[in-house]
Design a protein around this ligand. Structure first.
Ligand SMILES: [Zn+2]
Ligand SMILES: [Zn+2]
Length: 108
């Protein structure tokens, strides 16, 4: 592990709070939260990517009644035929609750 500030190799250091890696030049390291911080940050990014900021799915512009929550607009997800031997697969994703239903047959 290296110093976050200067890149020096960190050395083990004894402190009243325990032993941890410390920069020989005295830069402080975010050592207390190393692992927890990383995974938390990752989860946060994934979450914000999936969630729409204002709670409205702007891609849900098709009239479709959600079987789960009764919402009347859905996003159309079309999966190309190259994924399977069949015709294009169309799925409708509810703009409110995110319920995804696969449609049988074609939509016109
Ligand atoms: Zn340093
Ligand atoms: Zn729904």
């Amino acid at each position: 592990m290296f110093c976050a500030s200067c890149g020096s190799i960190l050395l083990p250091k004894k402190t009243p709070y325990g032993n941890w890696m410390s920069c020989p030049k005295g830069h402080s390291q975010p050592k207390m939260v190393e692992k927890g911080y990383d995974s938390e940050e990752k989860n946060k990014n994934v979450g914000s990517k999936l969630e729409v900021s204002d709670g409205i799915n702007h891609l849900a512009v098709y009239d479709y009644l959600c079987k789960k929550c009764g919402h009347g607009k859905a996003e159309m997800l079309e999966i190309g035929a190259f994924y399977s031997d069949e015709d294009n697969v169309v799925k409708m994703k509810c703009g409110k609750c995110g319920f995804v239903e696969r449609l049988e047959g074609k939509i016109k």
